[in-house]
Design a protein around this ligand. Structure first.
Ligand SMILES: Nc1ncnc2c1ncn2[C@@H]1O[C@H](COP(=O)(O)OP(=O)(O)OP(=O)(O)O)[C@@H](O)[C@H]1O
Ligand SMILES: [Mg+2]
Length: 340
């Protein structure tokens, strides 16, 4: 049996997988539910369903934190179980893993170790810088470009990258993402209404309201708990309150884009002004984000068609194309091979 190749983009919120044999991309929540401390009770979407609803002996955790692996064994277990679940799981497969650039070598190597030391018995593991995968997913010519800026707005991070001549010129990983926005909404709703909502409810509010579209008076009624009476109830939350909560973290992202641009060599910066800014990551679905970035930075901005799976779509193309394969590299040097 020919060995399979998997492309992996392990996000803090969702993991995305390309399975070459079946030529499909699938995604699942990057979540595990632990029973009585350490027994794995559920993984992926099944575990996420219990988030904020689980009984006290079940703890629902996200094994990735701010773009890097925080619970190594939990993450390994999750990945193995998902690859097995309803899917033909081929041992001895090859893996191409997208990794953030602006993290330590140890954090980067953990992505590699995760797969190579799993019971999946990987034959080969190669690494691709996630922004390069994003650029390939966007159909951009990474090799010949004279300047591109990609901002990946994810679940817990925002990664800003400047690419030119086939490589990374600048990169910054901000610890701001969907979870930051959700927490900001939870906090502001609590302060202004003495009303406690869950992070999941905050996400629903944020997704339905978007940002920066023309001012409208709009409300959404959601479930929560009144903090004065302690009674669960439903309350209308206004669009303006939710947008106000998102303002500060959004400004931080835009300022990071501006400061990275300021430090970019002038010829690359000029090319970015011409080529534009590209948005990827799940948060890029947010209505109005594109116009907001464009207005604040003053550079034409476009969003990937399917922003959350843009990087894994890039991995798919890298796996399928001989020419693009050069963007995947091995972390095994001779010493490391000997250590195994
Ligand atoms: N339609 C939508 N509108 C607004 N936000 C959305 C939408 N769909 C998904 N999101 C948000 O996108 C985020 C997840 O994006 P993504 O899958 O890119 O993150 P990730 O890759 O798991 O995280 P990271 O890259 O930070 O490690 C979540 O916060 C989710 O709420
Ligand atoms: Mg991501």
């Amino acid at each position: 049996m020919a060995r399979n190749v998997y492309g992996l983009d392990l996000g803090s919120y969702e993991l995305k997988v390309y399975d070459k044999k079946n030529d499909v991309i699938w995604k699942e929540k990057d979540v595990i539910a632990l029973k009585d401390g350490n027994e794995i009770y559920a993984v992926g979407d099944d575990a996420f369903m219990m988030y904020e609803k689980a009984p006290s002996n079940i703890e629902v955790v996200f094994p990735m934190k701010e773009g890097v692996i925080s619970r190594f064994h939990g993450m390994q277990h999750l990945l193995q179980n998902l690859l097995k679940k309803d899917r033909q799981f081929a041992r001895g497969s090859e893996y191409v893993v997208a990794v953030p650039t602006d993290v330590t070598e140890v954090e980067k190597k953990a992505f590699f170790d995760l797969v190579i030391h799993s019971t999946a018995k990987a034959k080969e593991v190669n690494i691709v810088e996630r922004s390069i995968a994003d650029a390939v997913g966007l159909n951009l010519d990474v090799q010949n470009t004279n300047g591109l800026l990609i901002a990946n707005f994810g679940g817990e991070t925002t990664e800003i990258s400047i690419i030119a001549g086939g490589g990374m010129v600048m990169n910054r990983l901000l610890k701001i993402g969907g979870a930051t926005f959700d927490q900001a909404v939870v906090n502001l709703v609590r302060h202004s209404h003495d009303f406690l909502i869950g992070r999941h409810t905050a996400e629903v509010l944020r997704k339905s309201f978007g940002i920066f579209t023309s001012e409208v008076e709009s409300m959404l009624t959601v479930a929560g708990r009144d903090l004065i009476t302690g009674v669960p109830m439903r309350k209308g939350i206004s669009i303006n309150l939710v947008r106000l909560a998102m303002k500060d973290p959004l400004i931080e992202c835009v300022q990071a884009i501006q400061s990275l641009l300021e430090r970019t060599p002038p010829e690359v910066r000029r090319a970015i002004h011409k080529n534009g800014i590209f948005l990827t990551g799940g948060i890029a679905h947010t209505a109005g984000l594109e116009s907001y970035v464009e207005e604040m930075v003053g550079i034409q901005t476009r969003t990937s068609v399917e922003p959350d799976i843009c990087a894994v779509t890039g991995l798919k193309k890298i796996i399928q194309s001989k020419e693009l394969r050069k963007f995947a590299f091995s972390m095994i040097d001779e010493n490391y091979r000997w250590m195994r």
